[in-house]
Design a protein around this ligand. Structure first.
Ligand SMILES: Cc1ncc(COP(=O)(O)O)c(C=O)c1O
Length: 241
């Protein structure tokens, strides 16, 4: 860490991205688990995710492609999951969407997760997120957000959520939706595309709970908000900085 400390950017919103990686290195052409691996850690300074403020994104629920299935690799942060998502993501981007909202690989009916984020929504007074069913990543931000929401006394359910339920809530104007992930922290969703239709969510605006979650997590990261669970640890002193 000391070697890399001069790479740590200091402007608000910027950070040092740390990506532990494992690749197979056996010199063999064939299908079997490798007998040798290389573990390395990539670190790189990254700019602020929200350069022009937090704007709600548009996501496309794909009824055409699937990314992961239960019993497969969806719960692992492995390159294969991302490879399977790239073509669908490119099509979504051409259609004006930021990312794909992946539905379950069997029925194409239940929400799994977004390209690089877990998905959460609030319908009425209940917060919902898909359960860790083996097909989605157990994101650390998802876990932190669920902890905060429960601390705040909100009703939270980790259960299968059908796309029809989400669309009905969007149409009824009772839906707030956001993604959770390390890079974006909290990303408000302002529009959902599905089967050629576009559904505006919360008037295309960032919802009150979405904003509160973002402010709280960033506050904990910067030491400006209380950190009751001890998630943050200051490295400055240990690095002598
Ligand atoms: C597929 C996928 N799901 C969810 C997440 C969010 O995980 P975390 O909150 O640990 O960053 C990521 C982030 O890397 C991701 O790539």
């Amino acid at each position: 860490m000391e070697i890399d400390q001069r790479w740590v950017p200091s402007k608000p919103g910027t950070s040092l991205y740390i990506r532990p990686t494992v690749i197979a290195t056996e010199t063999f052409l064939g299908v079997h688990p490798s007998h040798s691996y290389l573990f390395y850690v990539i670190v790189g300074p990254v700019g602020a995710y929200y350069k022009e403020g937090m704007n709600p994104v548009r996501i496309l629920a794909s009824d055409k492609y699937v990314r992961a299935v239960k019993g497969g690799l969806g719960a692992a942060k492995t390159a294969g999951n991302y490879a399977a998502s790239l073509y669908g993501a490119e099509e979504a981007q051409k259609a004006g969407y930021t990312q794909v909202l992946w539905l379950d690989g069997v029925e194409h009916k239940y929400l799994d997760e977004v390209g690089t984020m877990n998905i959460m929504l609030k319908i009425g007074d209940e917060v919902l997120t898909p359960p860790l069913n083996g097909a989605i990543l157990a994101g650390i931000t998802r876990d932190s957000v669920l902890t905060l929401l429960r601390d705040w006394g909100l009703k939270v359910s980790e259960r299968p959520i059908s796309i029809d339920e989400v669309i009905a809530a969007a149409q009824a104007g009772t839906l707030e939706m956001w993604g959770t992930g390390t890079a974006a922290v909290i990303s408000p969703v302002g529009e959902l595309g599905y089967k050629g239709e576009r559904y505006v969510i919360n008037g295309g605006q960032t919802g009150a709970l979405t904003q509160k979650l973002y402010d709280t997590i960033v506050g904990i990261q910067y030491g400006t908000a209380p950190d009751p669970h001890g998630w943050a640890s200051a490295l400055g002193n240990r690095l002598g900085g």
